[in-house]
Ligand binder design. Structure first.
Ligand code: PLP
Length: 362
């Protein structure tokens, strides 16, 4: 109807069609206000209801405990690479587990704020094809926090367990897996996510932080907009929040609720990932390098040995209505990002195309 194609982009990525349609219907005049959400004051009554609904829905869908604050911020996940150490370092000691590019960036950023940042484990030597096991983690007792990236967008791996960090708060970058399945929020001290993979258009970053980790005795250099305390006290409205992405976030959460919440979402995501991984396991042309235990449900990497074949596949899939299958430049090959909004039919189409392509190129 709209000539839309299947967009396998790692982010920004597909949004549910129902959400796009709803936002279109409201675009010129939201709820009788006579204006678009894009045009209204963030201090207006109409907008206040939107941001409050978005938070209430997120709390409901993710079952966020009472003693956690939800913050709607700007700056992307990358700003949290800095905000986390700025807000959470007390003794200066924190453990970082590096399982890919983004956790590596977070680690590097933290080193700007302390020279006592510990690399607790990394799978770099194995090209990040797996997640380290609990017994490999060299955790520091009484560290200020442990940082992980829960789903590794570029390498296509996901933590298949929640590491046990004892009393040390666990901080997780969930940019590319938030809302894809239920998670026990109480196991984490802080969760953050850039919204542009699974939640909303780019511009919104969600932070879910346990209240006891929010403090007001921050070093003087910390920018006011990076203070969790200031943002929490002002209900994410210290300054102008990313109004439009928060509104879309609310619509996406309504969509997830209608589907049946995160349990239903997980079942749908598993079903999509399974047909793709099943094909790759049997393929003679394409291989997925990831340890099966650590497979991402959201980002599926695969490649042929011959780079000419990879380039040909990207080109031909693109010509057949499947966009952005080229892998990240640091990994090569292909990557299919199959977030919540990617319909089953899109993955089915990809698998059928892979089969045809393999038959024609073996
Ligand atoms: C995309 C992504 C980032 C970077 O997010 P920005 O919002 O662009 O800063 C960080 N971490 C993970 C896991 C990602 O997928």
């Amino acid at each position: 109807m709209y000539d839309r194609i299947y967009n396998f982009s790692a982010g920004p990525s597909m949004l549910p069609l129902a959400v796009l349609e709803k936002s279109r219907d409201d675009l010129m005049n939201y709820g009788g206000s006579g204006m678009s959400v894009m045009e209204m004051s963030h201090r207006s009554k109409v907008y206040d209801a939107i941001i409050k609904d978005a938070e209430a829905l997120l709390r409901e869908v993710m079952e966020i405990p009472e003693n956690y604050k939800v913050l709607f911020l700007q700056g992307g996940a990358s700003m949290q690479f800095a905000s986390v150490p700025m807000n959470l370092l007390r003794t200066g000691v924190a453990d970082y587990i590096v399982t890919g590019q983004f956790s590596g960036k977070a680690y590097k950023e933290a080193l700007k704020y302390s020279d006592k940042i510990n690399l607790a484990a990394t799978t770099k030597d194995e090209n990040f094809t797996r997640i380290p096991r609990q017994e490999e983690l060299k955790l520091t007792p009484n560290a200020d926090y442990v940082h992980i990236c829960f789903n590794n967008t570029i390498f296509g791996t996901k933590w298949d367990y929640i590491p046990d960090t004892g009393d040390v708060p666990l901080v997780a970058d969930m940019s590319s897996c938030i809302l894809s399945e239920p998670v026990d929020v109480s196991k984490f001290g802080l969760i953050y996510a850039g919204a542009q993979k699974n939640v909303a258009p780019a511009g919104l970053t969600i932070v879910i932080v346990r209240e006891d980790l929010i403090r007001d005795d921050l070093p003087a250099f910390v920018p006011t907009v990076c203070s969790y305390k200031v943002m929490a006290d002002n209900e994410s409205m210290y300054n102008t929040p990313p109004c439009w992405p928060i509104y879309i976030c609310k619509l996406v959460l309504e969509w997830i609720k209608e589907i049946g919440g995160l349990t239903a979402m997980k079942a749908m995501n598993e079903k999509k990932a399974k047909i793709l991984y099943d094909y790759l396991e049997g393929s003679k042309l394409f291989k997925n390098p990831v340890n099966p235990q650590c497979r991402s449900m959201m980002n599926v990497t695969f490649r042929a040995e011959d780079d000419e074949i990879n380039a040909k596949f990207v080109k031909e899939s693109g010509a057949n209505g499947m966009a952005n299958l080229k892998g990240h430049r640091s990994v090569g090959g292909m990557r299919a990002s199959i977030y919540n909004a990617m319909p089953y039919e899109g993955v089915e189409k990809l698998v059928n195309f892979l089969k045809e392509f393999e038959a024609a190129n073996m």
